[in-house]
Design a protein around this ligand. Structure first.
Ligand code: MG
Length: 161
């Protein structure tokens, strides 16, 4: 049975932080703020996978009050999501995501992001979609106050699991 999940995440853009999306450090004057490395793309994909399993969200597995996850690379969250899929005797069919960022241009880094995400999930890079859009200057994303990401995941699970 094919199950789908959806994920969304957003982090504020602030000076003095690295901008990390899809595990790639992107040169920029500002970076995403958060407890971990604040990789909104990986967080959204993680939630999409956990959602397809009917599990709790990323905050359930990795509370942002836990000092262990301070500054943690978000690939560990994806690795845990993949472990949960295995625990449910499932298989990730594909993940697809969109990054909503006014600045900087992120698509030049899409291949590296896909490679990082595929590696963390243990799937073929062809099963990972990354797209990006500006927010046409509108709202908090348009004002470059934050970057958001949305994702879907498709997971093949045994019947009646
Ligand atoms: Mg997050």
């Amino acid at each position: 049975m094919i199950h789908v999940g959806i994920g969304y995440d957003v982090h504020p853009l602030v000076p003095g932080r690295k901008l990390i999306l899809g595990g790639v450090e992107i040169p920029h004057m500002k970076g995403l703020d958060g407890h971990s490395d604040a990789d909104a793309l990986m967080h959204a994909i993680c939630d999409a996978i956990l959602g397809a399993l009917g599990e709790g969200d990323i905050g359930t597995f990795f509370p942002n009050t836990d000092p262990r996850w301070r500054g943690a690379p978000s690939s560990i969250f994806l690795e845990e999501a993949a472990r949960q899929v295995t625990f449910h005797s499932g298989r990730i069919v594909n993940v697809d995501a969109s990054i909503l960022a006014q600045e900087p241009k992120v698509m030049p880094h899409a291949f590296s992001m896909k490679a990082n995400i595929a590696k963390a999930l243990g799937i073929n890079i062809k099963r990972v979609g990354i797209k990006a859009t500006t927010n046409e200057g509108l709202g908090f994303i348009g004002r470059e106050e934050g970057i958001a990401a949305m994702a879907v995941a498709s997971v093949d699970l045994p019947e009646a699991s």
